[in-house]
Design a protein around this ligand. Sequence first.
Ligand code: ZN
Length: 89
Amino acid sequence: MSRDTCSKCGEKSILKGDISLRTSKDKELIMVVRQDHGVEKSVPLQPSICAQCGFVDLYVHDPIHLKISTEDKPINPDFKQRPLLESDF
Ligand SMILES: [Zn+2]
């Protein structure tokens, strides 16, 4: 589906321009947590907003970054790690 098209109402009314979200503290907006592994990753979320119905869609520029690799360590040392499976990569 095109990024110009709202995935809720189907109108081609996504607001143009570079719209982004940020917190007041820093520019790393959202922490994506892979709970199975206790791994947290910061990734900027890019919203697309429908001018027709107000629906907000989020996407990331670098989805590959969210994949778990063997270098990712759980942030909590007490985290009881389940074994990494091939399906996690
Ligand atoms: Zn819409």
